[in-house]
Design a binder for this molecule. Sequence first.
Ligand SMILES: Cc1ncc(COP(=O)(O)O)c(C=O)c1O
Length: 450
Amino acid sequence: MGEVGAPALQYQEHVNPQWVRLLDALEMNVRYVKCAGAELYAADGRRFLDFLSGYCVHNTGHNHPAIVSALQRELDRQGPAMLQSHVSELAGELAERLCRLAGGRLNKVFFCSSGSEGVEAAIKFARAHTGRNGLVYASGAFHGLTCGALSLMDDPFWRAGFGPLLADTEAVPFGDLVALERALRSRTIGAFIVEPVQSEAGICLPPAGYLEAAQAACRKYGTLFVLDEVQTGMFRTGRFLAAHHYGLDPDIVILAKALSGGLVPSGAVLISNNVYDSVYSSLKRAIVHTSTFGENNLAMRAGLATLDVLERENLGARAVSMGDVLRTRLREAVSGYEMVQEIRGVGLLNGIVFTAPRKLSLRAPFEAFRKIHPAMFGQLVVMRLFRDHGILTQICGNNFMVLKAAPPLIVDAGHIDEFVGAMTAVADLMHTSASFWTEALGLARRVVNF
Ligand SMILES: Cc1ncc(COP(=O)(O)O)c(C=O)c1O
């Protein structure tokens, strides 16, 4: 259980008491006192290994010293941090580097402060450029929880109770070109917005040729091809953009999360000149879409320092090699267990896919707990990894049967060994020990009132 000191009580009272209750129920309410690289240190002396990276925020590891010191120097400089009435040199420098790394037709950047805000901008830009309101997205997507971004997510859990969202949005199954083409044929669709690798949907890799053909279909029907690389970008999958694995040339790419070293909120929407010109089309429209904090110096400095680290430490290549080691080792260790269906991923964005057991002795408790809550099984795995083995990870937000393995890109072979050892122990326990399932009862009792 969490220590309920004064600050924790204040949080409970004034921020989000249900979040505190949930962390308590999962025995994950830990007070962290220091985070460095891939490791987290708690006030009670425990040390955890981070295999979640704040949902792909910490590609450069926690509190990378080079990024921290760049930020300290930026503060000491006392420059125009948020003047709003000047030309931000740092924004120019960061935009130039992002466009160079992204390549293709991406030549302008709109800066904002979150992934959702980037998706909102992409929606507006696509509508302004095409004069069409329609938006198509892939089922199971996660694009953010503001009203526009949420309109591009079909999971009812996120939408329920929040009233009517944007009209003219339509989901098509990820990987289904026929459905996509059917939707685009109306020529009323401004943008097809898709994660190149769907993360919260369960680390879903695109079928061979899908994204290339989707892009071609978009071009054919005058629809913008928009990639949400909020999780997949910044070398998470091994390349600067996941788009680069498939030779794509998108009209718009959205980046956030790892963009600024996990220290300052920041998002960037990379856009082509012709889309840009449709929005900022005259002097009168020079600030027709802006965001107060977008180009702030701390975020821009963090972005520049983050790119320096990613490039200097060759973290893209490291994501590829460590990702290969991780998947190979995991497959060797756990694919023999009947509840482990698949290990999949690219670079250091990976998922362990579980499936319902066939054996009756396992099937009965599994189904019972699934009835209580579909996420119960996955949370048990998460809880065991955390409490018994000091590993922090989570299940995917829109697919509770997939556990994420997405550590900071600076992980080493020792960290991978530690994760694989822990995962093997938990997989073994769930297949062989009644205590895994009886423990679930305790969790069920704790969460029953949620
Ligand atoms: C793929 C993707 N897009 C957009 C978002 C929204 O980003 P934010 O939470 O910064 O608004 C997320 C958040 O998890 C995401 O995973």
